[in-house]
Design a protein around this ligand. Structure first.
Ligand code: MN
Length: 239
């Protein structure tokens, strides 16, 4: 059987300094996650041109919206708060166009970290620009070291994609300073850490449209077989 091709979105990175090089970049861990799950990874470079994007998307059977910089808060109707991080308007523009086109196909979508937040914003939801605005003290969600380290529990809702994979809870890594606040239209929060921070969402009426706040690809790339189940299911649904 032909292995499904999974497109991975990328960053448009601008090097500081005199050379001013611009690059397409994305962690190789996403590639490893897709391969471990049984798919063929390809990287989608950013472009603003919708005709090019349409042709790029014809090549893929499933989509991963990868992690990256913060989403411009104007996308959810807010100005910048003090603790906002770095943004990439080129990437926001590119991935919103990609989502608009790819959603028409009904094919599987997995959003990871920024990608999870992007799904929420795309459907009209909002974000905490920093977890210090959550309204109470929360866990340390932005770890500094050990990409594969499980640092918090995630409690999973019944009748969700994640329940089918992991049961009612799973331990995960955590590398984010923002989180989903108000949910977008047609989305359901399907998992939370013990402090109440939303850690996963899924979309109604879609065969596989899942957002995950943690980084399963970092764990899979470092030997975690349990987390590979997320990629295996994405690839199965992409067949
Ligand atoms: Mn977390």
């Amino acid at each position: 059987m032909k292995k499904p091709i999974i497109g991975i979105t990328s960053s448009h990175e601008k090097e500081n300094g005199l050379r001013n090089y611009h690059r397409t970049t994305v962690s190789i861990d996403y590639t490893k996650g897709v391969i471990e799950g049984g798919g063929i990874p390809i990287i989608i470079p950013t472009t603003a041109c919708i005709e090019i994007i349409k042709e790029q998307l014809k090549l893929i059977d499933g989509l991963i919206l990868s992690g990256g910089p913060d989403i411009n808060p104007i996308c959810y109707g807010e100005d910048f708060k003090e603790k906002m991080g770095v943004i990439s308007p080129e990437r926001d523009n590119n991935e919103i166009k990609i989502l608009t086109e790819f959603l028409k196909t009904g094919k599987p979508i997995l959003g990871i970290c920024r990608g999870h937040q992007l799904l929420n914003v795309y459907f009209g939801g909002t974000l905490y620009q920093d977890l210090s605005y959550f309204g109470k003290e929360v866990l340390k969600h932005r770890q500094d070291v050990y990409p594969e380290l499980e640092v918090h529990n995630v409690i999973i809702e019944k009748n969700s994609i994640l329940e089918k994979i992991f049961g009612n809870q799973v331990r995960t890594n955590s590398f984010h300073h923002q989180a989903v606040k108000d949910l977008g239209k047609g989305l359901r929060a399907i998992a939370r850490s013990e402090d109440g921070v939303i850690e996963a969402i899924e979309k109604d009426n879609h065969k596989f449209c899942l957002g995950i706040q943690w980084h399963p690809e970092m764990m899979v790339a470092r030997g975690n077989k349990e987390m590979a189940k997320i990629f295996k299911l994405l690839i199965k649904k992409s067949c």
